[in-house]
Design a binder for this molecule. Structure first.
Ligand code: FAD
Length: 106
């Protein structure tokens, strides 16, 4: 079975990278695609409790798809919710794009 930590690190890398490349001004098709992807990702995620948690987050906090920043910040909040649950430090979501798209300035 997949290792939950290695799987998680790789998956967050993929998800935040998708947000980083998401258009600033997405079309309707872009928006439908990313919403379908996130829903199916949660359904198929090979750690059942993890996927269930992500699906619940999506129901509780509907995913904004109208801009890169709105989507990326929502995803950062989702990751922080898991961080809190696992006792990991919270990430400053004003910096998600610096971390995942443009690169740290220092
Ligand atoms: P990770 O949490 O994997 O983070 C990787 C890197 O992302 C960090 O080094 C940091 O640079 C950056 N980062 C950290 N926080 C944020 C943020 N908020 N926004 C943007 N970037 C950030 N594990 C469980 O044990 N139980 C669960 O219920 C669970 N649910 C999960 C749900 C999903 C959808 C995913 C993708 C993973 C889940 N995991 C869960 C795995 C868990 O979140 C971690 O991936 C795993 O514990 C490894 O943690 P890590 O400390 O290496 O860093």
């Amino acid at each position: 079975p997949p290792d939950i930590e290695t799987l998680g690190r790789g998956s967050w890398n993929l998800l935040h990278s998708i947000a980083a490349q998401y258009p600033e001004n997405p079309t309707r098709t872009d928006q439908n695609n990313v919403r379908d992807f996130m829903r199916l990702f949660a359904t198929l995620y090979p750690c059942w409790v993890c996927g269930e948690g992500f699906a619940k987050y999506q129901s509780r906090k509907p995913m904004p798809t109208q801009s890169r920043n709105a989507f990326g910040t929502w995803l950062c909040d989702a990751h922080n919710e898991v961080n809190r649950r696992l006792g990991k430090p919270e990430f400053d979501c004003s910096k998600w794009e610096e971390r995942w798209r443009t690169g740290w300035k220092d």
